[in-house]
Structure formats: structure tokens, C-alpha cells
Ligand binder design. Structure first.
Ligand code: SME
Length: 171
């Protein structure tokens, strides 16, 4: 079946999220493999926003975040818990918005052209098991609107998909 995301890119960020999230929701199929669902989530986000240069998941195994499904250039395959924007978001269990990566001590530059990013933790029963990382080539590309909708998306993913299966991706 052909799948596509229909977005009017001249709309505001909020309007794009409002159109996008229900479409992602209808793409999610808990009866299909986790990796297939998450791959489409990253593609849908990248497709919807020109400001996104890279979007992907990292999943925690012991004290390391490992690269999961993503869209964009090749990226770091592992990040230590508590290191980089991803590791700190995982450690703090909170979304981090970085307006200028050069001003964020410890930022890990997978792509030297990346200028700003937002990282949201994925948690279940208050336990963090991964993050969703979104990067941009523009400064200050993400704000509280992105935070609200990306956190909403993460909650939907945790509710709808069985992340216990993430162990299979990490094996
Ligand atoms: N910038 C991230 C590393 C992951 S890449 O951006 C894909 C960080 O500092 O954790």
C-alpha cells in the first residue's frame, strides 16, 4: 500500500504538527515490527519539516545509547549516558532544546553543519529507555511549540508500540 504524508509546508510549525501527528498515528501499526514503525516516524518528521536536517532514535543498552532508525546523514552509533545532548536528556529525563550547539558544552557533533537541536526522552513508568533527537542546520530552529508536539508524539509512541521489543533491535 502506498503511504504518504500530506503537509502544507507554508503553514506554521504548530499547524504542521497538528496535521502531522494524526497522520503518524494512523501510520503506526503495533502488529508490525517496531523497527518498521519507528523508521516511518523518522521519515514522516523529516518529510514534514524542511528545518530538520537529521531525525532519529537512540536506545539505551546498559550505559550507552545506540543509534536506531533515523533519516539524514550517517551519525554517531553510540553515545554514553550523561554525555552529549542525547545522553544528558536521557539522564535528566527531560527534553533539551539547544538553540546554538556551539554554546552547549559537551555537544557531540555528528554533523559539523548542525546548528541547533531538540532531544526528547522516551520513558515508560518513569524509566528512560531512549531518546528522539532532531537536528537542524538553522540556529534556534526549535522552541516550546516543537517541545510540546514532540513530547506528545513520544507519549503516543510509548502508548501505542511495544518498546520491550527494542531489546531485539539492540541485540
Ligand atoms: N548532537 C547529539 C549527537 C547525536 S547527532 O546529533 C545525530 C548529542 O550531542 O548528543
Amino acid at each position: 500500500m502506498a503511504e504518504s504524508i500530506i503537509i502544507n509546508k507554508s503553514n506554521s510549525t504548530e499547524e504542521i504538527y497538528k496535521a502531522l501527528l494524526p497522520q503518524i498515528n494512523s501510520l503506526l501499526n503495533p502488529n508490525e515490527p517496531l523497527i518498521s514503525n519507528l523508521s516511518n516516524v523518522t521519515a514522516a518528521l523529516k518529510d514534514a519539516f524542511d528545518k530538520i536536517s537529521w531525525v532519529g532514535f537512540y536506545f539505551l543498552k546498559e550505559a550507552t545509547l545506540f543509534l536506531g532508525p533515523f533519516q539524514g546523514k550517517v551519525a554517531c552509533t553510540s553515545i554514553q549516558f550523561g554525555k552529549g545532548v542525547c545522553g544528558i536528556a536521557a539522564e535528566k529525563k527531560e527534553t533539551i532544546i539547544v538553540e546554538d550547539v556551539e554554546k552547549f558544552p559537551g555537544h557531540i557533533a555528528c554533523d559539523a553543519n548542525s546548528k541547533s537541536e531538540i532531544v526528547a526522552p522516551l520513558t515508560e513508568n518513569q524509566k528512560v529507555f531512549g531518546v528522539l533527537d532532531i537536528d537542524s542546520y538553522s540556529l534556534a530552529a526549535f522552541n516550546s511549540v516543537d517541545k510540546y508536539y514532540i513530547e506528545t508524539l513520544c507519549k503516543t509512541l510509548v502508548k501505542k508500540l511495544d518498546f520491550k521489543l527494542v531489546k531485539q533491535i539492540l541485540s
